[in-house]
Design a protein around this ligand. Structure first.
Ligand code: ZN
Length: 400
């Protein structure tokens, strides 16, 4: 170990790894972190910190691992600003979707965009998220709904991640919505998803996902998509129980899904199946807020031992929200997560949704760390990171 920089005097370090510090957040007080050219090379007490050519004084700040946003739709073209105004006048998201708007309008624009245009747009979306401390993100396809555009979206996601220095994990979501020209034959569209689309996308994706709900896909169609995706080497996850209850979360858990996301309408059966399978519940309070949906039954999820992640669900329609700190605050205020649960949800548990336990915890080998300064006058305690909507002011420490 020969450190190139050392962060000194942290009031509090939350490693998010209970083996490295106290409690579920792995707390260390008066801590220091050293980095070499590859990443974090030492973590410990400030009075034992190694020397390094560059010293960052971090008194009054809280150190955390780079954040993980475990559910986003960050690649798209076009705007849904008009639709948002229509929704404000009282038209529901499902009505807009059924009338050919919503996801379908974004599909039209995304199909017309080139790979370069999609990379540019996605890069511009990711840059402010990186600046707020996000180091890893899941990005889904699902605005192409044909083999070529679905693959192009996943390629764009990977290239945008490289441009901004973010770890991007990709999810094939050809079964996001039935495209307008297949509305009379949804099963025929599923044939296309599990046939040509999956064949085009399997080598550029890590996960397979499906949106099961009224106006989207049925549980049986969802099962077929996930089974075919698993057979192609992808790990399953699902959009489940958002607008209506379907039983999709239970089906996905029984297939070994890493996560079931949304869950506003989930019941006891679904929760039991998730707990048994170790399926993580992904809380998406941005969508809950924008759609004015009820809260998922967080006390029941907690009681059953279902772990919860928190993500932005960044997309142009139902969750135009790119601030993960804001989502963590909303998960506390609107859904009833504790500060501890919300902080783990945007770090360690989010990383587990991506099947990347090397992320979301601050350890030797981590690619960097976040320094968070609570709002003026607030102490260096975990709650001060989330109490104020919009999050703390953040700087990101990277090697070199
Ligand atoms: Zn989503």
């Amino acid at each position: 170990m020969s450190p190139t920089q050392v962060v000194r005097g942290l009031d509090l370090l939350l490693t998010m790894d209970p083996t490295l510090g106290e409690g579920p957040l792995g707390r260390l007080e008066h801590a220091a972190v050293a980095l070499d050219e590859r990443g974090v090379c030492w973590i410990g007490s400030d009075d034992q910190a190694p020397t390094a050519p560059v010293v960052v004084q971090a008194r009054g700040q809280i150190g955390l691992p780079l954040l993980v946003d475990s559910h986003t739709h960050s690649v798209w073209a076009g705007s849904r600003a008009d639709e948002w105004e229509r929704r404000l006048s009282g038209i529901s998201y499902t009505e807009i979707l059924e009338a050919g708007g919503g996801i379908r309008s974004t599909v039209r624009h995304t199909r017309q965009a080139s790979l370069d245009e999609l990379v540019e747009l996605c890069t511009a979306r990711l840059a402010p998220m990186v600046a707020r401390g996000v180091g890893a993100m899941e990005i889904k396809s699902g605005y192409g709904l044909d083999a070529h555009t679905e693959r192009t979206m996943l390629q764009a996601a990977g290239l945008a991640g490289q441009r901004v220095g973010m770890t991007v994990v990709r999810t094939f979501l050809g079964a996001h919505c039935v495209p307008s020209d297949c509305r009379d034959d949804p099963d025929g569209y599923v044939d296309d998803v599990v046939g040509p689309q999956l064949a085009a996308c399997a080598d550029v994706a890590d996960f397979v996902d499906v949106y099961v709900d009224r106006g989207a896909f049925t549980v049986d169609q969802g099962r077929r998509v996930l089974q075919k995706g698993i057979a192609a080497g992808l790990r399953p996850r699902i959009h489940a129980e958002q607008v209506t209850y379907t039983g999709a979360a239970r089906m996905a858990a029984e297939l070994g899904a890493v996560s079931a996301d949304h869950l506003e309408q989930i019941d006891e059966d679904g929760i039991a199946a998730m707990a048994k399978a170790g399926t993580i519940g992904v809380m998406l309070p941005g969508a809950q807020l924008y759609l004015n949906d009820p809260s998922p039954p967080v006390p029941m999820l907690r009681e059953a031992g279902v772990r919860m992640a928190v993500a932005t669900d960044l997309n142009p329609g139902s969750s135009p929200v790119d601030n993960l700190w804001t989502c963590a605050t909303l998960a506390c205020v609107r859904m009833g997560l504790s500060v501890e649960e919300a902080l783990l949800g945007i770090t360690a548990v989010g990383a587990d949704v991506l099947a990347r336990p090397d992320l979301g915890r601050l350890r030797v080998g981590s690619a960097g760390l976040v320094l968070a300064r609570p709002r003026a006058g607030e102490p260096c305690v975990p709650g001060a990171l989330l109490q104020h909507l919009g999050g703390p002011s953040v700087s990101v420490i990277r090697p070199g």
